[in-house]
Write a protein that binds this ligand. Structure first.
Ligand code: MD3
Ligand code: FE
Length: 215
């Protein structure tokens, strides 16, 4: 029997980072093909774009959304919007495979009945990063956020409730799902600049989906 039996069998494995934050290693692997096919369709409707922060900086991460609400930033600030400002149309609907995966992961981590109404899609090319921030544009911090990592690996920074607190580093790889709720929900977090790598399904990119209850 191997020490890496779970990995070899493609089974999920749970790691608790702290109270409220659970990594479900490889949880999304069995849905990888369906997820990537759905992404192709919705990115044709709502293309990835580099948004601008209220401070005037172009984000290195390319983003789009699906679901009833989409997270956007521009020179006026951050917000959830039902309309894609680039197309003037509602965001693409949330694919069933997305909603089901997010709900099952949340339930696995102890958050029964999570129904996301927003999914932010982040695409990282080598060098792209996300500086330390809190997610606080959502109305109800009682709902968790579920994140799904696909493609090449990233080093995720998981800080405290104050920006100055030392951040823990967590490597997230293809298929990993993380549920952030309860006391972890408002902690600072970010992503270190992505290193060049290759994944057969995403090429030189990392894609991260974050499922939220925005309204
Ligand atoms: C911890 N995305 O889109 S996902 C974001 O990998 C974002 O693209 C990162 O941070 C990414 O806002 C990290 C993990 C994550 C998402 C939300 C959190 C961790 C979180 C909310 C609270 C605490
Ligand atoms: Fe975030």
């Amino acid at each position: 029997m191997s020490l890496f039996e779970d990995a070899e069998q493609g089974r999920s494995r749970r790691e608790e980072l702290c109270s409220g934050a659970v990594v479900l290693r490889r949880f999304a692997l069995s849905d990888e093909t369906a997820i990537l096919a759905a992404l192709d369709g919705l990115m044709a409707e709502a293309p990835l774009r580099h948004m601008v922060t209220p401070g005037g900086f172009r984000m290195s991460v390319a983003m789009t959304n699906c679901g009833s609400w989409g997270w956007v930033t521009d020179n006026t600030g951050y917000r959830y919007d039902a309309i894609d400002p680039q197309s003037g149309k509602p965001w693409p609907g949330m694919p069933d495979v997305f909603a089901k995966l997010a709900q099952e992961a949340a339930a696995d981590a102890g958050f029964e009945g999570f129904v996301p109404d927003a999914c932010l899609i982040n695409r990282y090319a080598p060098g792209a990063r996300l500086s330390l921030h809190q997610d606080k544009n959502e109305r109800d911090f009682g709902a968790p956020i579920v994140s799904v990592s696909l493609g090449i690996p990233a080093v995720f920074l998981f800080g405290g409730s104050r920006r100055e607190e030392k951040a823990m580093r967590v490597r997230l790889t293809h298929g990993d799902v993380v549920v952030w709720g309860g006391p972890a929900r408002l902690r600072y977090h970010g992503v270190l600049p992505l290193k060049e790598d290759y994944h057969p399904l995403t090429g030189g990119h990392r894609i991260n989906l974050t499922f939220r209850k925005a309204a």
